[in-house]
Design a protein around this ligand. Structure first.
Ligand code: UD1
Ligand code: CA
Length: 452
């Protein structure tokens, strides 16, 4: 078998400057899902028909080993198939619309199985949609034989036909030559591949449609509404599989999950959580509301409190992050740390048991273990030209409202008095303090009141 993916349409109903098949369902584009499913079937070859004038699509397809076929002008699905005919060599051809990303591999295998068992000439994967839609409908005669597919614009007198065409077909290759007999649709000025059904049916070929899946797999994405429905289907699928693995979701409909995400047992996900890219969350974690985690690893027993953002970082077990923390790329937070309210950490490593509980900026820093970073501590990493490094060794106590002017190093066990501006290295076990001594002027306020 060879697979032929049709993806040269204009996608005008999306109303987008971006090609339809490059719109994303979470972290992957529509066409990524289709190609991955096609490859997973292990066919002789996967062909994709695309429009040669859409460079973004050609660029995107470089990620795959595929046979690309150009349809110079999008003159309809039958025309798309006809430009591919000279390249097709296998006995059976599986045709998939490029905008049908959610179909499961198992369903296609089942479809192939029946097609072969029942010795069918043209098989159609059909389904019964439950919402208003614009799919083609399958028309059968009184004995149940398929005689035609009617497009949404042509169904006036057949309003109650419900069985719909998913745009996934299995056909004997030699029958594709009948595509040449398809006439242009007078209204749409397009050649409809679906018209092959009537042609083959009149010649007595064996056509069968199999409603073996639902719209949850067979949705075709033509507009933004269908894009959002497809995303919800996919999200429900991910959530369900995690629930089966022992993850709790307090509001499954409100989360965003990338297909690459992994979540460990007994982790609890609050409403509005976004887990993007290649993110792994360990077991027994709690991810509170409105947290976004991207391309990161979170080990077991971590709590990420509300409104925290974590990107390209690593958080080790037992740590508590947030609320309102921002963990920026290339950060490693050790075990049992506490990174609290309004703390931003960038490109830094934080040792085990270290606490930065309030209002700090830690950037380009190497912080040891069991360090206490007082409220309002700032690493001044940027001198206007380049970024400089701050090193804070183990067991240091940094008093509140300290500025550490990098490059600077604070030795093990040192103390820094609150409100200090540290410009020079501090040796181990020293106390550094740099602030103007306090002056109290006795009776000052009383004299002021008397004057006025
Ligand atoms: C098509 C089917 C419809 C079916 C539905 C399932 C036809 C005429 N109708 O309708 O019966 O219910 O899919 O989702 O086939 N394409 C090309 N070249 C073209 C035109 C389209 O490659 O010239 C590609 C598109 O990129 C798309 C696929 O073919 O991936 C289907 O085209 P689309 O315009 O979306 O067809 P539908 O109206 O959805
Ligand atoms: Ca479509």
């Amino acid at each position: 078998m060879e697979v032929l993916v049709l993806a040269a349409g204009l996608g005008t109903r999306m109303r987008s400057s971006k090609p339809k098949i490059l719109h994303k369902l979470f972290d992957k584009t529509i066409i990524d899902y289709v190609i991955e499913t096609a490859n997973s079937l292990n066919p002789e070859k996967v062909f994709i028909v695309v429009n040669p004038d859409v460079p973004e699509v050609l660029e995107h397809l470089k990620n795959y080993e595929l046979d690309i076929i150009f349809q110079e002008e999008p003159k309809g699905t039958a025309h798309a198939v006809s430009v591919a005919i000279p390249y097709l060599k296998s006995e059976n051809i599986l045709i998939i619309n490029g905008d049908t990303p959610l179909i499961r591999e198992d369903t296609i295998f089942k479809f192939i199985d029946i097609f072969e068992r029942e010795k069918i000439d043209l098989g159609i994967l059909s389904f019964y949609p439950e919402r208003e839609h614009s799919y083609g409908r399958i028309l059968r005669d009184t004995e149940g034989r398929i005689i035609k597919i009617l497009e949404a614009t042509e169904i006036k007198e057949y309003q109650n036909l419900r069985e719909s065409n998913s745009g996934v077909y299995l056909i004997k290759r030699y029958l594709l030559d009948f595509v040449q007999e398809i006439k242009e649709n007078p209204r749409k000025k397009e050649f409809y591949f679906t018209d092959i059904v009537e042609i083959l049916s009149q010649r007595g070929y064996k056509i069968q449609a199999y409603p073996i899946a639902t719209e949850e797999e067979l949705i075709g994405i033509n507009n933004r509404n269908e894009l959002s429905i497809a995303m919800a289907y996919l999200r429900d699928r991910f959530v369900k599989s995690f629930m089966e693995k022992g993850v709790t979701f307090y509001d499954p409909k409100s989360v965003w999950l990338s297909p690459l995400v992994k979540i460990g047992q007994d982790t609890i996900i609050y409403p509005g959580v976004w887990l993007e890219g290649n993110t792994t969350i360990g077991s027994n974690c709690v991810i509170y509301s409105s947290v976004r985690i991207k391309n990161s690893i979170v080990e077991d027993n971590v709590e990420i409190k509300d409104c925290t953002v974590v990107e390209n970082s690593y958080i080790k077990s037992g740590s508590k992050i947030g609320p309102f923390a921002h963990i920026r790329p290339e950060t490693v937070i050790g075990k049992n740390c506490r990174i609290g309210n309004f703390v931003e950490v960038k490109k830094s490593t934080i040792g085990d048991g270290t606490k930065a509980a309030h209002l700090s900026y830690i950037g380009d820093a190497e912080v040891g273990s069991n360090v206490n970073v007082g409220a309002g501590t700032i690493t001044c990493n940027y001198d206007g030209k380049k970024k400089n490094k701050t090193v804070i060794e183990d067991d240091v106590f940094v008093g509140s409202d300290t500025q550490l002017i990098a490059p600077v190093k604070i030795g093990k066990g040192a103390y820094i008095g609150a409100g200090s501006t540290i410009t020079k290295d501090v040796p181990s076990d020293a106390l550094a303090i740099s602030r103007t001594p306090q002056k109290n002027i006795e009776g000052w306020a009383k004299r002021r009141r008397q004057k006025s």
